[in-house]
Design a protein. Sequence first.
Length: 322
Amino acid sequence: MQATACAHSNIAFIKYWGNRDHALRLPANSSFSMNLGGLFTRTTVRFSAALSADRAVVDDRVLEGASLARITAHLDYARRLAGCALRAEVISHNNFPAGVGIASSASAFAALSLAAAAALDLRLSEAELSAYARLGSGSAARSVPSGFVIWHMGEDHRSSYAESVAPADHWQLTDLVAIISTAHKAVGSTEGHQLAESSPLQAARLATSSARLEQCVQAVLERDFERFARLVELDSDIMHAVMQTSAPPLLYWLPPTVAVMHRVRQLRAEGIGVCYTIDAGANVHCLCLPEAVERVRAELSAIEGVREIRAAQPGGSAWLES
Ligand code: DP6
């Protein structure tokens, strides 16, 4: 009763921010992302009668308290489906250093869901697995399918899942992540989602997000970078406007974040294929066309406060290891 699974992290082009149902992580809007090839979590789940409680070790650190409880709650769902009461040991590694500021909850809960389902021999479809991963971390729903992925907001647990709209090799975008801060964020995304509705701008964001998503999917399918770039930056800026106007307000940007945003805009004005998007942190994801990558990398390295740059290209679906 053991299985090992891996899943990539992902970066959203059209963001998830706010829930209609916090307990089930039913989002307030659909979102659209790309898996980040090369950046993944590998997780082994072993159910055993010899264990009296769940145990989880992430990057050689034993989890306790709320982080362990989140994993136990997630395993409980699979145990219920399988009619199994056994406790489990979870051993998980991220192949990207912890604390570089690249979100790991998406890859972590996608890998955990696939490993737990396989260990209990649950035959879940991709949509069912994605919906299961969503319960652990919303963005994890998008790390289950391959390549370029839509997470349909849905109406209930079953209908809120992600699916691929194009395979990883559809478009050779590179995500150059400008690492600006490795500090633990003051307000994490789970708490942030609960503040979204306190912003007077969230209603305007939600009223317009499905149109942006449709247009962004079209831009990706047509590989229309100019249109894609405008929509991706607009969607990130609108989400940050909501964050910055919630109660309490969340300002994730640091001065180098803004310096990178300006530089990316200047480069695009010069005809370089690059645009930015920012999650709940100070780091900036710079999405580049292949011919722009080396120039953008050099430009980012020259900005004060950019500590490191990590590169990723579109990645495939979550997978089982034998
Ligand atoms: C800003 O999926 O990390 O990165 O469901 O509470 O784990 P939880 O939240 P999470 O939220 C991601 C927020 C975001 C935007 C996005 O990835 O769509």
